[in-house]
Design a protein around this ligand. Structure first.
Ligand code: PHB
Length: 389
């Protein structure tokens, strides 16, 4: 057969279209930076198990691309380790998305790298408002302390609190919580008697709890990072007679599902303002919790789980919209809305933190003997007002 110009063209164009199909269907790697060892290892465990749930329910493909997760342990709040992990993931592994980030310093440390590489970084937890100002590539599926502390202060002012002491861990999210709570509480007619800041690494809260007891306050508002710190502080509140002395407790993550059982019945009645309870009454939450228990018996869903689950939902949608083109994917994410196990969420196009409901909850004991956070009031669609562009 004489090969005409026409057949050559056909062969060439068939080869081209095959090549471009192959190039389109790539494996998109997602680097997950979190704490998998040491006293805060619960963070990495909760993130990873929630990712397992998402993949079991939705498959390992988005927009025709295979999604592969690569995990890196940074051992706790450690900016240097987080930066090194991100560098390795970007350069050696070729990841196109970064994710995870339990502690604020770990997120802040990767801001310059996300801009240089134009790689989106999906924050599953780190909750200081200003993080998202440091790179346009940050998107947050958790919450911010400002987002929780403002509704908490409004609720306290409306429900009889007059004199409050704030007690927070002395680093960025604690300062955000203190600032937002105090300003809102004072605007609503309350007094903030003392602002106590506690070292991030301390586990001995007796001296701080004593100061709160002697302060003349009717309420303590608190923030500590979920884990050993929230557990030890709440235990100290329970065991030092503050409730008996007429000082109500108002917190956030202190009654987290991963420490609640160990706090025991003394936790019953504690009030918190938060965005997720594993007892949230929706079909989606029930299937999320059930799948987690099926895949990882004994685990309980908490805010880290839901931050990761929604983070992966967002990543899948971004990959569907833009593959591994980071800048285009960030644009596509702005304004996205979906139903989360916590309730409805929307990615705020300006702050790039989800707009979500904040729930007032009280610890109760279920018929099965388990403690849980019962939502009793909803403040709908709260944006992160701590982000000033
Ligand atoms: C944070 O470092 O931003 C952080 C850590 C733990 C929390 C909340 C915020 O529970």
């Amino acid at each position: 057969m004489r090969i005409t110009h026409y057949t050559v063209c056909l062969i060439a164009s068939a080869a081209f279209s095959m090549a471009s199909t192959v190039a389109q269907a790539e494996t998109v790697k997602v680097g997950v930076i979190a704490t998998f060892s040491g006293p805060n290892a619960i963070w990495g465990k909760q993130f990873r198990e929630a990712i397992d749930v998402y993949v079991a329910q939705h498959g390992d493909q988005a927009g025709g691309h295979k999604i592969e997760f690569i995990y890196k342990d940074v051992g706790g709040p450690n900016a240097d380790a987080s930066k090194a992990a991100a560098q390795e993931l970007l350069v050696r592994e070729g990841v196109k998305y970064l994710a995870g980030f339990d502690f604020t310093p770990n997120a802040v440390a990767v801001a310059p790298l996300t801009k240089q590489a134009k790689v989106p970084a999906i924050i599953f937890n780190a909750a200081t408002s200003s993080i998202n100002k440091q790179s346009d590539f940050f998107l947050r599926t958790s919450f911010t302390l400002t987002q929780l502390a403002q509704p908490a202060a409004e609720w306290a002012a409306k429900n009889g609190a007059k004199k409050v002491v704030t007690a927070v861990s002395d680093y960025n999210p604690g300062i955000d919580a203190e600032t937002a709570f105090s300003a809102t509480f004072e605007q609503n007619g309350g007094d903030v008697l003392k602002k106590i800041r506690m070292p991030l690494q301390t586990t001995d809260f007796a001296p701080f709890v004593q100061r709160i007891k002697n302060s003349g306050a009717d309420t303590v508002f608190t923030f500590l990072p979920v884990g050993p710190a929230t557990f030890a502080f709440t235990k100290a509140y329970n065991e030092n007679g503050l409730k008996g002395a007429g000082i109500s407790f108002l917190g956030g993550g202190e009654t987290d599902e991963t420490t609640l059982d160990a706090l025991g019945d003394q936790a019953i009645g504690l009030v918190t303002a938060y965005h997720y309870s594993d007892a949230h009454n929706s079909e989606l939450n029930k299937s999320f919790v059930a799948k987690l228990q099926e895949l990882h018996p004994g685990s309980r869903a908490n805010m880290a789980s839901v931050g990761a689950y929604d983070g992966v939902e967002l990543i899948y949608r971004m990959v569907e919209a833009a593959g591994s083109d980071g800048a285009k994917a960030v644009e596509a994410a702005k304004g996205m809305e979906w139903e989360s196990p916590r309730g409805p969420v929307k990615m705020d196009p300006v702050s790039r933190t989800v707009v979500q409901n904040v729930y007032l909850r009280r610890v109760e004991k279920g018929a099965d003997g388990k403690l849980f956070n019962q939502e009793f009031a909803t403040v709908p669609n709260v944006p992160d007002l701590g982000f000033n562009p």
